[in-house]
Design a protein around this ligand. Sequence first.
Ligand code: URA
Length: 204
Amino acid sequence: MGLMITQNNRTELLREIKDEVIALKDSPLCQERIKNGVFPVIGEGDHCAKIIFIGEAPGKNEAATGRPFCGAAGKILDKLLASAGIDRKDVYITNIVKDRPPLNRDPFPDEIRAYAPFLDRQIDIIKPQVIATLGRFSMDYIMRKFGLDASITNISKIHGKIFDIKTSYGDVKIIPLYHPAVAVYNGNMKNELQKDFQILKNFK
Ligand code: URA
């Protein structure tokens, strides 16, 4: 740690985060990871991306490979990105929690607290212009982090809305989106998600 963030050293700084998460011994979920011989999922994509997607936590496929959104929800995310003409390699995809919760249960507040500082650093390093949250956990965390507490309500009311905020590196748009997993068995939700994703066309 301690390197200044420049245009050129983002990859190095992101690698430091990976090393630190791998080295975690007593975070709430890392013992599970070690016991099961699986991987943390740090994030993937363009280190200078304009858009960052933030999901919840790795599932089984993600923990087995170390890659975000590579299972059923990932297939839906890929289709949604394609529907908006966005190439997955041009965005950055991560999660708020970097290790898989057992049986894919919802992350606990102390787990979110333990991993959120890594997400904060990823945002500071990548400096995205758009932060698209996937699901209510990352929506809640990101909206609170950027002082939008008063606008937090049920995701069904604010999905697809754009919130303008100021960060230390400039103006940013926060766009809460449903989690792609909601569309695995629900075509209506898939349509809603697809509609919302079209907003992202303006920012790629
Ligand atoms: N769900 C998430 O929230 N993140 C992943 O990486 C995969 C599924």
